[in-house]
Design a protein around this ligand. Structure first.
Ligand SMILES: [Fe+2]
Length: 207
């Protein structure tokens, strides 16, 4: 039991290189709220070919540890979509992106399990300058399932001073969307405090 707990704790802190997805039940939106997750701009920093992994940050990556978990759901907001590919990329804690020559730092691809669940570990991204303004901290997602149109979107964090009308990306990024601005809780794992958030994705209907 202790070994299992230590392994899970290590996974959450990004101390192990590979892992299966941790399964947890998710909350579907109510019927009245059911609609596909809104797309967002892809931005200029996407790179194909990121490695398959759930730990986007290596153990010595600077920044606050962050665990994000959720589900990917059918357009009915209830049916889980197993085997969905999530391609995730983000800036580091100082707001810079990194590429293939840095082992795809802070990038990774992971798949949902049989319950549509996924979980990743990383660090909290920083804000970065765009033109004369600033962007709210965010994770980028490209979500792909063969029966549904691919979704390119971004995930934001509650309390960021650059959300919505203060986002240098303007209307194009829609960072005021309440379904994509998550609150973060905290968990203590192996004596280390980790931020934890949840992001459920609803894909659109196929052609
Ligand atoms: Fe970005």
């Amino acid at each position: 039991m202790m070994a299992l707990m230590n392994r899970r704790a290590a996974l959450r802190l990004g101390l192990l290189a590979t892992a299966s997805v941790v399964t947890r039940p998710g909350l579907a939106r109510s019927a009245a709220e059911c609609r596909p997750t809104e797309p967002d701009t892809q931005g200029p920093f996407y790179l194909p070919g990121a490695p398959a992994r759930i730990a986007l940050a290596v153990p010595d990556e600077p920044g606050d540890r962050l665990v994000v978990r959720g589900r990917v759901l059918h357009p009915d907001c209830r049916t889980p979509l197993a085997g969905t590919l999530l391609d995730v990329w983000q800036a580091d804690a100082s707001g810079s992106y990194h590429g293939a020559t840095e082992q795809y730092r802070l990038r990774g691809r992971l798949r949902t399990d049989s319950t549509g669940s996924w979980e990743l570990t990383t660090i909290r991204p920083g804000n970065y300058r765009l033109g004369a303004g600033m962007r709210p901290a965010h994770l980028h997602f490209l979500v792909s399932h063969p029966a549904h149109p691919p979704l390119v979107t971004q995930l934001y964090f509650r309390g960021d001073p650059y959300l919505g009308p203060h986002d240098a990306c303007g209307e194009a990024c829609k960072s005021g969307d309440p379904h994509r601005v998550i609150g973060l809780g905290r968990e203590e794992i192996m004596g280390r405090e980790v931020f934890v958030g949840r992001f459920d994705v609803v894909l659109g209907a196929g052609a």
